[in-house]
Design a binder for this molecule. Structure first.
Ligand SMILES: Cc1cc2nc3c(=O)[nH]c(=O)nc-3n(C[C@H](O)[C@H](O)[C@H](O)COP(=O)(O)O)c2cc1C
Length: 209
């Protein structure tokens, strides 16, 4: 079992994205440590980090369209596609969102935001769990697509906090069956956190718990 420090000092945790990077660390873990290096082919995943500082630069409309296309390419239970995306570019509305999302202050800088909502009446078996799983898959697609296009994003939690959901409901006058799940701040990044995984061998179970 590796200690936190051993994981921290590994080439993997250091965020080295290199085809030839093979860890020499001994391993009794599965998968062996050298197999969980940051494979450069998956850099679009490892380099996706939460971006909270943005440049004052417009995002082309086609790029926002690309993100929405990526969102709606996500898996969805029984392909119910219960998602809705509110595209926000108006500065005043972005600023209003920061009042509802106390951990979303970066929206003052962001050029755009999506508010990701789901229609409970469209979800598989009308169950909230299916709705949230579908929306989460779409959100991750957006984050990965944005990173691939050079944009920065940050997931902003709304659900299950009642106050945040109420604030979003009121700001956008949402119909009753629409559940707001999260916001996504979007903009050209003004910071570049290192590519990494938070791989933890303790979370992997081979054949049995
Ligand atoms: C459900 C959820 C809610 C989150 N809410 C916020 C938020 O309100 N504000 C924020 O700055 N980051 C938020 N994040 C981003 C996490 O803080 C971030 O993903 C985590 O620290 C890991 O860092 P990374 O995204 O750079 O890998 C949220 C992420 C998730 C999945």
């Amino acid at each position: 079992m590796k200690t936190k420090n051993e994981i921290k000092s590994s080439p993997l945790a250091a965020g080295i994205v290199n085809k030839s990077n093979k860890s020499k660390l001994p391993s009794g873990d599965f998968p062996p440590h050298h197999m969980v290096n940051l494979n450069y082919k998956l850099n679009y995943i490892f380099a996706r980090r939460s971006i909270r500082k943005y440049q004052d630069k417009a995002i082309p409309e086609e790029m926002l369209a690309d993100l929405l296309a990526a969102a709606m390419a996500a898996p969805s239970a029984v392909a119910k596609d219960p998602w809705h995306f509110i595209v926000v570019q108006n500065r005043e509305t972005l600023n209003k969102l920061t009042a509802i999302l106390p951990n979303g202050k970066m929206l003052h800088q962001a050029t755009a935001a999506f508010v990701v909502c789901g229609d409970i009446s469209k979800a598989h078996r009308q169950q909230e769990s299916y709705l949230l799983q579908d929306l989460s898959a779409a959100v991750e697609n957006i984050l990965l697509a944005a990173n691939t296009l050079g944009l920065g994003t940050c997931w902003l939690g709304v659900h299950p906090r009642e106050d945040r959901q109420t604030g979003i409901r009121q700001l956008f006058t949402l119909p009753a069956q629409i559940i707001p799940m999260c916001g996504i701040a979007i903009g050209w990044p003004a910071e570049q956190p290192e590519a990494r995984t938070r791989y933890n061998p303790d979370r992997v179970h081979r054949e049995k718990w």
